[in-house]
Design a protein around this ligand. Structure first.
Ligand SMILES: [Zn+2]
Length: 242
């Protein structure tokens, strides 16, 4: 379910947490949060396994983690969706899969194999789970596929990338939102020219609602991750193909 203002709230939480870090550490902090939806609540043990730079980053973002809310706890455990790795509610028998997960669109029939004791972990703030970790899944998979295809995106700022689509330079950012109107508002605010969403979100109705919600003078391409991978081409590679 989408809540108005949560994406902006997530951006503010992140920006204030990393305000004192240098550019390289901001990138590290973003990737740390995207790959750690939970943290051990003993903290100290977590940090022993990291290099000194990661410790700086982990310390800066540690306050963004909270005790697991009761609604996500069942029999003292928090289940993680085997597909998106976000919190889920397990079926009565974990081997029967999940009845809900935070991404909302994952297959329900994969067995739940990871459900730590809720008391042992802290969970990343919900706004950041939904607006940093969730789009991080499509972001990471796209970046990998583009790298493998020899047409990598280059990073412009935290979370935005320079791409070259059909011969035109674009500012690319990844999203995973179920409400097209809220997405349009966020994309305009982020000043990107190419918004990428998971293919399973992007049907005719979503595209139409998105376009209808953009201000008149705005030209923003809405692409699925698959379309981005097909259409992105580096200048060097395009020249080589001529
Ligand atoms: Zn899921």
């Amino acid at each position: 379910m989408e809540i108005t203002g949560q994406a902006e709230f997530a951006d503010r939480l992140f920006a204030s947490a990393v305000a004192e870090l240098d550019v390289a550490d901001v990138v590290r902090a973003r990737s740390f949060l995207q790959s750690n939806v939970m943290m051990s609540n003993t903290g100290h043990l977590d940090l022993m396994n990291h290099d000194p730079r990661s410790i700086t980053v982990a310390k800066a973002v540690r306050h963004l983690y909270e005790p697991v809310p009761t609604r996500l706890i069942s029999a003292g455990e928090i289940a993680l969706c085997p597909t998106c790795r976000l919190p889920a509610l397990s079926a009565e028998l974990p081997e029967h899969g999940t009845i809900w997960c935070e991404a909302e669109v994952c297959p329900r029939d994969k067995p739940v194999t990871d459900s730590p004791r809720a008391a042992d972990v802290l969970l990343l703030h919900r706004a950041l789970r939904l607006f940093l970790v969730l789009p991080g899944l499509v972001e990471q998979s796209c970046l990998e596929r583009l790298r493998d295809a020899g047409t990598p995106l280059s990073q412009l700022a935290t979370g935005t990338y320079a791409g070259r689509l059909d011969g035109t330079d674009g500012v690319v950012r990844f999203y995973d939102r179920t409400c097209a109107t809220l997405l349009a508002g966020q994309v305009v605010r982020d000043r990107v020219t190419v918004a990428v969403v998971p293919a399973n979100t992007l049907d005719y109705g979503f595209r139409r609602a998105f376009e209808n919600s953009l201000p008149d003078d705005t030209e923003i391409s809405l692409l699925s991750d698959e379309e981005l991978v097909l259409r992105n081409n580096t200048k060097e590679k395009a020249d080589a193909q001529r």
